[in-house]
Design a protein around this ligand. Sequence first.
Ligand SMILES: *[C@@H]1O[C@H](CO)[C@@H](O)[C@H](O)[C@H]1NC(C)=O
Ligand SMILES: *[C@@H]1O[C@H](CO)[C@@H](O)[C@H](O)[C@H]1NC(C)=O
Ligand SMILES: *[C@@H]1O[C@H](CO)[C@@H](O)[C@H](O)[C@H]1NC(C)=O
Ligand SMILES: *[C@@H]1O[C@H](CO)[C@@H](O)[C@H](O)[C@H]1NC(C)=O
Ligand SMILES: *[C@@H]1O[C@H](CO)[C@@H](O)[C@H](O)[C@H]1NC(C)=O
Ligand SMILES: *[C@@H]1O[C@H](CO)[C@@H](O)[C@H](O)[C@H]1NC(C)=O
Length: 467
Amino acid sequence: MRIQLGSRRRRLSLHRALVATAIFTVIGLLVLTLRSVDPSTHLPITTSDSENRDANPADITNLRSDSAQSLKTCATVEEMGEAFSREFSEESYRVRNIIQNHFAINGASRVRALPPEEFCRHGFVLGKASEAGFGNEMYKILTAAALSVMLNRSLIIGQTRGRYPFEDFISYSNISFTLKEIKHLWRQNGCLTKYGRHLVIRIDDFQKPARTNVLCSNWRVWEQPIIWFQNTTDAVAAQFFLKNVHDEMRIAASNLFGKPDDLHHRPNVFGELMRLLISPSENIQHAVNWALSGGADPDIALHMRMLMNRSVRAVQAAFSCIRKSVENLKLTSKPRVVLVSDNPSLVKDIAPDLNQFAEVLHFDFKSFKGNISGNSHVHTLNFRTKDWGTAPRWVAFVDFFLASRAKHAVVSGAHRRVGTTFAQLVAALAAANSLGNFCNFTEMIDPLLDQTSPSSVASRVTCLQKV
Ligand SMILES: *[C@@H]1O[C@H](CO)[C@@H](O)[C@H](O)[C@H]1NC(C)=O
Ligand SMILES: *[C@@H]1O[C@H](CO)[C@@H](O)[C@H](O)[C@H]1NC(C)=O
Ligand SMILES: *[C@@H]1O[C@H](CO)[C@@H](O)[C@H](O)[C@H]1NC(C)=O
Ligand SMILES: *[C@@H]1O[C@H](CO)[C@@H](O)[C@H](O)[C@H]1NC(C)=O
Ligand SMILES: *[C@@H]1O[C@H](CO)[C@@H](O)[C@H](O)[C@H]1NC(C)=O
Ligand SMILES: *[C@@H]1O[C@H](CO)[C@@H](O)[C@H](O)[C@H]1NC(C)=O
């Protein structure tokens, strides 16, 4: 599909329709093999059949929980350390370099200054997010950023009514463009008038399996100035390119994500991208500093996503997971554990127990005197429930950046099958922030409901732990 910002409109050819049909078939087949994209399937596995439960039938048809089977068995913390330790750091440094070099060439400051002819030939990838659930929306931007690297194009972050997504809480670095600026530069450089280049956006919708070109087209030869890969709400979409039929695309993808069948080459792509692209807004940073009250960064972050529910077993499993991480760390003092949850009363309940072996940090927004009003979107109330329970929405962003300061591990416990993109991104950013320092990230899933799907994941730092 194409949207034209210029004038001419092209027709869909019969050829394309046939290709689409072929793609549909291929996807059907590839979905079956896709699980190899999923890191957790390659984790060293401890089998405990007694814990296996029937997967929810709904999950089996769900592309993103395709790996449900693999979730029934999980690595122990010790084993995870082995799998993710040295190679992980090396790979992540490698990817950090790739990303830095990419933006040195394709970053806004250089591309802006290109001579008109070169500028008009340059390509862009658009990432656009709304202000729905933070994790999913952030993945849209990160996927666009990853795609820009694979395609050697510049990144555009889309704005809505002149505002970046989550602009009140997140600052964006200056390496990306806005669409507004591109339109302006396009005119200024005479791309249409002198070079006959229409500012066309080629759209590919990941949620339309029959239509997406993610597997069957060589995106690197696409000629449209802007590419928009839509509806990429988790870590999976970008990794589909590892299975693209064109060598050139597969190479570009595995250059970034590592070889699909090799667990030891799993860099923290999303964390590295995030580290470069976003930072907390001043307000949020202020609140984060306040929560740390001048102390050191936390050793471990504990994320409990409970959807207002309580699960004793999830809490127990999380504690056990933290204890194991602490044993591994061999800290000389009590570990500092930052606790974030969408369920404020849970925090009150478990903090005392956690306090027995850890120094608990928590951002108590009610005693924070700062001024974070956030924007006054009409839908704010609606959105809140998606991210962070009853607390005001900005609290989720304070918690996000606070938890991503964790130096050694991120443990996530969820009540049931809920989006864990928030926790994945916390873990990814934390790993990028303290790369080289460690990597024993642990993602814990509720043992009662082990089809929870953090595995779809791919954020290379999240590991599974079942207790
Ligand atoms: C990570 O885990 C491995 C294996 O358990 C352990 O040897 C290593 O010390 C851990 N590293 C850190 C920084 O926790
Ligand atoms: C990326 O694009 C630049 C020009 O924008 C070009 O010089 C460079 O060779 C390209 N790199 C790759 C790997 O295609
Ligand atoms: C972009 O940001 C970096 C770091 O924040 C800064 O050093 C650089 O001068 C900025 N470049 C431009 C063109 O604003
Ligand atoms: C896909 O993304 C487009 C553009 O953001 C949006 O209009 C559309 O509703 C999305 N489709 C689905 C199924 O979410
Ligand atoms: C959890 O919350 C859901 C609604 O969100 C409710 O139906 C359920 O009874 C609650 N309790 C448990 C233990 O699942
Ligand atoms: C809080 O912020 C709003 C707008 O950002 C501003 O108008 C108001 O004066 C601020 N209040 C305080 C006490 O700083």
